[in-house]
Design a binder for this molecule. Structure first.
Ligand SMILES: [Fe+2]
Ligand SMILES: [Fe+2]
Length: 134
């Protein structure tokens, strides 16, 4: 069983976003896998590098979608994305500087953050878009 199992209650019903969320789940699993297996630092750093890249790509696409629909809570939502991006970047930086890090804690934190953010925050975008179309 994967560390982070995708389940249908994480689907918000917007295809692009759902497929990106699935890829984020995979990126978190890859990161967790690298840490858990005791892979070398380079492999862990590579997994984190991909995670950082993909988090940024996804947030940017999601914000673009909110802009397109004039989503009223964009500013607040963007702020949440910025805070997470900052946290992940700080973490990646610590890894680069070979500081003592708690990688498993980070993987657990990211899993919790993403589950919560998708079901509580991203879900509202989907509701808004569906209402616009009705
Ligand atoms: Fe979001
Ligand atoms: Fe999202």
């Amino acid at each position: 069983m994967a560390f982070f199992e995708w389940t249908d209650n994480l689907a918000i019903g917007v295809e692009l976003i759902d497929s990106q969320h699935k890829k984020l789940v995979i990126a978190i699993n890859d990161f967790y896998g690298a840490v858990h297996k005791g892979d070398d630092e380079a492999a862990v750093r590579k997994a984190v590098g991909h995670l950082v890249y993909y988090v940024k790509t996804h947030f940017s696409d999601e914000e673009e979608l909110m802009e397109k629909y004039n989503y009223p809570h964009l500013a607040h939502h963007r702020k949440m994305h910025e805070m997470l991006t900052e946290k992940v970047a700080q973490y990646a930086d610590k890894l680069k500087k070979k500081q003592k890090i708690l990688s498993l804690d980070m993987a657990i934190f990211l899993k919790g953050w993403l589950e919560n953010h998708i079901t509580e925050t991203d879900n509202r975008i989907a509701d808004f878009i569906k209402n616009q179309k009705n």
